[in-house]
Design a protein around this ligand. Structure first.
Ligand SMILES: Cc1cc2nc3c(=O)[nH]c(=O)nc-3n(C[C@H](O)[C@H](O)[C@H](O)COP(=O)(O)OP(=O)(O)OC[C@H]3O[C@@H](n4cnc5c(N)ncnc54)[C@H](O)[C@@H]3O)c2cc1C
Length: 456
């Protein structure tokens, strides 16, 4: 017979804090980034150390209650919070040891990408994460990590040297190239399926001043296609993300452009400033910029400031395409013009470079040859409006589909097994399922983009 969930028992075993529904901090503690998610867990446990993690994992195993593992809480599917179960919240585990001499760091997984990046920048160093500072290093690293240094230094996982992980049996293991190598392979892209990562060891790169920031261009078919072409041709020091969307009513956007379709791009050139200016020139030449904030800056400034209480409600479809020609650009513009959501966008991330040089089977992220990531998004004001816009998102994605059937796990919502399989195609899925059978045979870690163990 299974034990029942006991808050007093949990409290007695832990160094960290247990927040139950009667706690005044409960509502804040159960909140995750996605405004579409509203779940009420039985308890949120702010673990203090790896022992606490092992106790929570044991309690979940003994009681059978659903376990959510949360680092930064940015999962679009809301996997950072459970309905009725336990949330293992790593937010208090934020220790960071940077060894500037060896250019490595041990980072606890409650840190955000922004916190890590700011601390590393004090040494003139960086590990690449994504485009948003508030994302947790836990979730992004286990997903792969596609960001502003992707073409220069690869994915976040390409700089992951080791991970300390509490597995389903409560054991703390270190996974690296020598020890638990299959687990180490699976952690690099396989998500939260294999245990709770308590800390990561990363490689750091010298990244000081970059040439980067926001460039706003009018969204015409020629500008969109030209932008993607310029980003593909650019030196690998330059990584580019372009959002085709209505111009936001921000102070840096002249009023006459508000609401008109624009390419709102973030560029980051990680190299010498003069070469950076040369690399940016083809983008500036595409059209008269509406706003141009690209300049030499310390690397952490490439992350946009985020309002504390920002909880967007969105429906998203992530995919890869092989190219964006004029016809594809027209398709993008037609669909965004036809959208009825208050905000509709297509985000284009040009890949390649260092990311593409890693063999597809070297890590659980199998999309090394994918050329361009596309995220189609409809944002709404209320939760009950999401369903009305899902059809638009799906039709838009279908219209863009080319030959690459893959998906990036980090941007998946709650979309079912077929889509998780798209993230882990062919042999990747089978290998992940075998690693899962070794480290989590009962699928204790199931509130994630789940790969069930082979034997289940
Ligand atoms: C605004 C926004 C911008 C984004 N930008 C990028 C980007 O530029 N590049 C990119 O690659 N991705 C990006 N993402 C996707 C993001 O990387 C994933 O959603 C990631 O899973 C979020 O990590 P988190 O720790 O914040 O989320 P959480 O919701 O806390 O975690 C997500 C899932 O990861 C697992 N997990 C988290 N931490 C641990 C841990 N320590 N041990 C075990 N499992 C764990 C769990 O299964 C958990 O449910 C973005 C997401 C958002 C919302």
């Amino acid at each position: 017979m299974r034990a029942s969930l006991s808050i007093p028992q949990l409290r007695s075993r832990l160094n960290g804090r247990v927040i139950a529904p009667d706690d005044p901090r409960y509502d804040q503690a159960r909140t995750v980034f996605s405004g579409a998610i509203d779940r009420r867990p039985a308890a949120i446990v702010r673990v203090a150390d790896a022992d606490d993690v092992a106790h929570v994992v044991a309690h979940a195993r003994e009681t059978g209650v659903e376990l959510a593992v949360r680092s930064g809480g940015h999962s679009g599917a809301g996997h950072g919070v459970s309905e009725g179960g336990i949330v293992l919240d790593l937010a208090q585990m934020r220790a960071l040891e940077i060894d500037a001499g060896s250019r490595t760091a041990w980072a606890e997984t409650g840190l955000t990408a922004g916190e890590y990046t700011t601390a590393a920048a004090a040494h003139g160093l960086a590990t690449g994460f994504g485009d948003t500072g508030s994302v947790g290093i836990g979730g992004i690293t286990l997903s792969g990590g596609v960001g502003h240094l992707v073409r220069k230094h690869g994915l976040t996982i390409d700089d992951l040297l080791a991970a300390d992980v509490v597995t389903a049996d409560g054991e703390l293991v270190r996974a690296d190239a020598e020890s638990h190598p299959e687990l180490f392979w699976a952690l690099r892209g396989g998500g939260g399926n294999f245990g709770v990562a308590t800390r990561f060891r990363f490689r750091l790169h010298p990244v000081g001043t970059i040439v980067g920031g926001m460039l706003l261009l009018p969204a015409t078919p020629d500008v969109i296609a030209g932008f993607v072409e310029a980003a593909e041709r650019a030196p690998e020091e330059l990584s580019a993300i372009a959002n085709v969307m209505p111009a936001p009513p921000m102070p840096f956007v002249p009023a006459e452009h508000h609401g008109k379709l624009v390419v709102l791009a973030t560029l980051a050139y990680a190299g010498a400033p003069e070469a950076g200016e040369r690399a940016i020139a083809p983008f500036r030449a595409l059209a008269e910029p509406i706003a141009d904030m690209v300049r030499p800056m310390p690397y952490p400034e490439v992350f946009q400031p985020e309002p504390e209480d920002y909880r967007p409600i969105a429906t998203v479809r992530t995919m890869f395409v092989d190219g964006v020609d004029r016809h594809t650009a027209e398709t993008i513009l037609d669909h965004i013009r036809a959208a009825t959501a208050p905000m509709a966008a297509a985000q284009l991330r040009v890949l390649g470079g260092a990311m593409a040089r890693v063999p597809a089977d070297a890590t659980a992220f199998a999309h090394r040859k994918s050329r361009i990531m596309v995220n189609v998004v409809a944002m709404v004001m209320q939760r009950d409006e999401v369903d009305a816009h899902r059809g638009w998102v799906m039709k838009f994605a279908d219209a863009l589909r080319q030959d690459d059937a893959g998906a990036y796990v980090g941007f998946l919502g709650d979309e079912g097994e077929e889509r998780v399989r798209a993230a882990y195609p062919g042999a990747t899925w089978d290998r992940l399922a075998a690693v899962k059978a070794t480290y989590d045979p009962t699928n204790l870690f199931r509130l994630n983009q789940n790969v069930p163990p082979t034997s289940v």
